[in-house]
Design a protein around this ligand. Structure first.
Ligand code: NDP
Ligand SMILES: O=C(O)C1=N[C@H](C(=O)O)C[C@H](O)C1
Length: 262
């Protein structure tokens, strides 16, 4: 039985994850965490009125011995501190929260290595997104001209999305260095050409009604390739989160990308 704490339990992903953990016979929910919560127990929330689980609001109060895995769906501003706390207390972090800077990831990897604790940072737990990233990396070997469009709900804090950024990173590992578009092009409205990642453009759309979607567009001589994935419901992330929570205890380093566990 894997003992799990869910950080960010009142949020969109945290709520879905808390339900998944409670419904999975391989897991025991031993805590939830949110420094802004007024609740002391999960059973104070109407969705969970029959569940007796401590709700922590201070890191120092957390019963670290009762937790194997820390699942984090919080905010870009808090994920680093949470992940570091987990690693330093021999708890394996499974991080879905996006927005960690490269130097923060490097520091967390060092801490995990030093303490011999396994952990995972997954920019996206959806299998459709994991496959999209792999297919896009494969296609970029043949199509160096590429633009990424990510589309999300309008409550999202970070842009571009973690998935789009990771897609661009994976593509840049294989793509011939190139600045795209007309070298003489001028934006008459700032931002019209999107963000620039090593000469590739990333466009972020935020609209109510959307959940999480990404398109990678490749253009070649007289042809084009479009790869698209859609998460229509947050349930799409749950099988990936469950796989990570089950397997991460077998590792002693911090991995990036769900594909490492599949
Ligand atoms: N990897 C993946 O597959 C996916 C990743 N995500 C990522 O997960 C993150 C959360 O997304 P979403 O659920 O939509 O966001 P929400 O804003 O709905 O939820 C975040 C929750 O975390 C709480 N919170 C804030 N600070 C802390 C903290 N220090 N510790 C614990 N909880 C905290 C927030 O409380 P309050 O509102 O009071 O601040 C809020 O309830 C985002 O970074 C998003 O990009 C989302 C979907 C899939
Ligand atoms: O905020 C979200 O919703 C999502 N965030 C992740 C990201 O930034 O890529 C994963 C997914 O796209 C949903």
């Amino acid at each position: 039985m894997v003992k799990i704490l869910v950080a960010g339990f009142k949020g969109r992903m945290g709520n879905t994850t808390t339900k998944m953990v409670l419904e999975n016979a391989d897991f025991e929910l031993t805590g939830v965490y949110d420094p802004n919560a007024s609740e002391k127990n999960l059973n104070e929330l109407s969705d969970f009125k029959n569940e007796d689980v401590p709700a922590y609001t201070k890191l120092a109060d957390i019963d670290v011995n009762s937790i194997d895995v820390w699942i984090d769906f919080t905010s870009p501003a808090s994920v680093y501190e949470n992940a570091k706390f987990a690693l330093l207390h021999d708890i394996s972090p499974v991080i879905g929260t996006t927005g960690l800077a490269d130097d923060q990831v490097a520091e967390l990897k060092e801490i995990a290595k030093k303490n011999k604790v396994g952990g995972l940072i997954a920019p996206n737990f959806g299998i459709s997104a994991v496959l999209l990233m792999q297919f896009a990396q494969q296609a970029a070997k043949y199509f160096p001209d590429v633009e990424i469009i990510e589309m999300h709900h309008d409550k999202k804090l970070d842009a571009p999305s973690g998935t789009a950024l990771n897609t661009a990173k994976l593509i840049s590992e294989v793509r011939k260095q190139k600045i795209q578009g007309n070298p003489e092009e001028k934006e008459s409205l700032i931002g019209a050409r999107g963000a620039d990642y090593e000469g590739m453009r990333i466009h972020s759309v935020r609209l109510p009604g959307y959940v999480a979607h990404e398109q990678v567009l490749f253009g070649g001589q007289g042809e084009a390739l479009t790869i698209r994935q859609d998460s229509f419901d947050r349930i799409s992330f749950m099988s990936g989160v469950a796989v990570a929570a089950k397997k991460i205890g077998d590792y002693d380093e911090l991995l990036v990308g769900l594909e490492n566990l599949l």
